[in-house]
Design a protein around this ligand. Structure first.
Ligand code: SF4
Length: 345
């Protein structure tokens, strides 16, 4: 008999692990899709093989990464179903993921979809009417199986077709996790991430920063926002300089390296060649940047640099790298704190 295949929405959290394992235990071939955007999971793209191997080793699940960045940046501009407590558009996020999963079904030879949603677990996106809304808007009526709450929901195609035995699915509901933890124990799964981690759009501080960014914090239009912009926004010390210019300073060697990687053709870079300190990146400065801007950025680089042997923040040389040329700024004084306090984001 031909093996039936299902695609799963896989966040990597316990519920999605259990959903995959519950269905796989019934002889279904499950392919777990881990959607990533600059707001969640993006760092995994740096080494997808490692992610796949770890998911297989820890949970016995075959998974792959799907980069959803482009559509997601646009979605955040105006999500049809609004935001949750922070800048998290959970309903539209799930619709987008489900739509993408549905589009992949034919290519992967899949007959249905799986998600680890639990009825009533989250106020915004997991109430019964919202679960139905998400399913309908994503065009997944009847083909989306939610194994953890299936017994509390209408039978879906895989149950009706007899591919999956409804009796071996679950009836979990609400915020409690007792049932899931017991099931994890039964399946020998102990090493799983803490709940509600991983999405910066639910982090009050970072979500507020991202929201301000989308609302014109810098001289950047929402339609111009890129994946690299979001990565930059979540990195280092952030400043809004006069004129709406955006400056990021690395706080350590790793962040300095990352800043250099994220540099775009219109960005300026500044650093002190002869003293340890931050790399400073002035985003999109090439067109409208001027000497005053470069001086402010250089003063901040010195201010956050290492003190000299005298124990003071002595003036230092700063190298300014523009798109086509470079310039040495001599004897740059550290910028006094009262000048830039109001620029800190
Ligand atoms: S918490 Fe983040 S990843 Fe999860 S549904 Fe909401 S917006 Fe999407």
């Amino acid at each position: 008999m031909k093996t039936v295949t299902a695609l799963a929405l896989f966040s990597g959290g316990l519920d999605s692990i259990l959903a995959c394992r519950t269905v796989a235990a019934q002889g279904i071939s499950v392919c777990a899709l881990k959607f990533v955007t600059p707001f969640f999971g993006h760092e995994l793209l740096a080494d997808e093989d490692k992610f796949r191997q770890e998911t297989r080793r820890k949970y016995g699940i075959d998974a792959e990464l799907i980069d959803l960045s482009a559509g997601y940046l646009e979605l955040l501009r105006r999500p049809a179903h609004g935001f949750g407590k922070n800048f998290n558009p959970c309903i539209d996020c799930k619709i987008l993921m489900l739509r993408r999963a549905r589009e992949l079904m034919a290519e992967r030879g899949a007959s249905f979809l799986i998600s680890g949603e639990v009825r009533g677990q989250r106020p915004m996106s997991q109430q019964l009417d919202t679960l139905q809304l998400i399913e309908n808007k994503a065009g997944c009526q009847g083909i989306l199986l939610r194994p953890l709450s299936a017994k509390l929901l209408s039978p879906t195609l895989p149950e009706q077709q007899g591919w999956v035995d409804r009796e071996r699915l679950h009836a979990f509901a609400g915020r409690g996790r007792k049932g899931q933890l017991a099931l994890a124990k039964e399946l020998g799964i102990s090493d799983f991430p803490a709940p509600a981690g991983g999405c910066v759009l639910t982090d009050p501080i970072l979500a507020a920063r991202i929201e301000r960014f989308y609302n014109g914090l810098f001289a950047i239009k929402p339609e111009e926002i890129t994946t690299e912009d979001i990565s930059l926004l979540l990195l280092g010390r952030q400043f809004r300089l006069p004129g709406g210019f955006w400056l990021v300073l690395g706080r350590n060697e790793r962040e300095n390296e990352r800043l250099a990687e994220l540099r775009g053709p219109d960005d300026w870079l500044l650093h002190m060649p002869e003293r340890s300190g931050p790399l400073a990146l002035l985003r999109r400065a090439e067109q409208h940047g001027n000497d005053e801007l470069a001086a402010a950025a250089a003063g901040l680089a010195v201010r956050y640099g290492r003190k000299s042997e005298t124990g003071f923040l002595d003036p230092a040389e700063v190298l300014l790298e523009r798109h086509r040329d470079g310039q040495v700024l001599h004897s740059v004084e550290p910028l006094p704190d009262p000048v830039f306090q109001k620029w800190i984001i």
